[in-house]
Design a protein around this ligand. Structure first.
Ligand SMILES: C[S@@+](CC[C@H](N)C(=O)[O-])C[C@H]1O[C@@H](n2cnc3c(N)ncnc32)[C@H](O)[C@@H]1O
Length: 199
């Protein structure tokens, strides 16, 4: 599998220069608003990367924090992140789409489906599991013709990765297949999608 880590953080400055990470702050603020206080919750961050997003949005003290990434290199960077250590996380290196969870209250999957080759199938793999919490994931919006977005697409293409993206109507249609209710809020370049109570 090919991942985003082909350019980040190894080429973090280059990706920043190309504007690939632009929109990060507004996205983090919106996610923070949706997640709310995490005290007492069982939090799973699928595709946690270096863990910096979780650090930026954390509010309160979760009961448990599980950080999952398919890249050992990213998990190693997360392990070295001192702001994360206070949360006493469990680190798991695996394909997050096949992760069998045990009743989490909050699952985050931010910036992960962007690089999947068929995001709805991958999401479906997760959603066959029962849970009564909140799943928050993101997907790039399709009708984005900004220079930065086009550069991002081209850049990923260079690495053989087709960036996933969707319009609101695509989202509606595809989410109908997985039979869950969702709420999608657009923030600059991404949809932030909130799914609650899967069964
Ligand atoms: C763009 S980064 C996002 C990091 C973090 N969630 C954020 O928003 O800053 C995507 C991360 O997802 C991980 N990833 C991609 N596919 C994955 C999969 N199937 N299972 C677990 N992690 C995955 C990559 O290794 C990378 O660390």
């Amino acid at each position: 599998m090919k991942y985003f880590n082909c350019f980040y953080p190894k080429n973090g400055n280059l990706s920043r220069l190309l504007g690939i990470r632009k929109g990060y702050n507004s996205r983090a603020q919106l996610i923070k608003k949706i997640t709310g206080n995490m005290s007492g919750k069982h939090v799973i961050d699928i595709g946690c990367g270096d863990g910096s997003l979780l650090v930026d949005i954390i509010q309160g003290t979760p009961s448990t924090v599980t950080l999952i990434d398919s890249s050992e290199r990213f998990l190693q960077i997360a392990r070295e992140n001192e702001s994360l250590q206070v949360l006493n996380p469990t680190y798991i290196c695996t394909n997050g789409f096949h992760y069998k969870w045990k009743n989490p209250s909050l699952v985050l999957m931010i910036g992960v489906l962007d690089y999947s080759q068929n995001w709805i199938n991958d999401l479906n793999d997760l959603l066959v599991q029962e849970f009564s919490g909140k799943l928050i994931f993101s997907l790039p919006v399709k009708d984005n013709w900004s220079f930065r977005f086009i550069i991002r697409r081209l850049w990923l293409r260079l690495w053989g990765i087709k960036l996933q993206s969707c319009t609101y109507s695509d989202l509606n249609k595809l989410m109908h297949q997985v039979e869950v209710k969702f709420l999608a809020v657009r923030c600059e370049y991404d949809w932030i999608i909130n799914v609650e109570d899967i069964y």
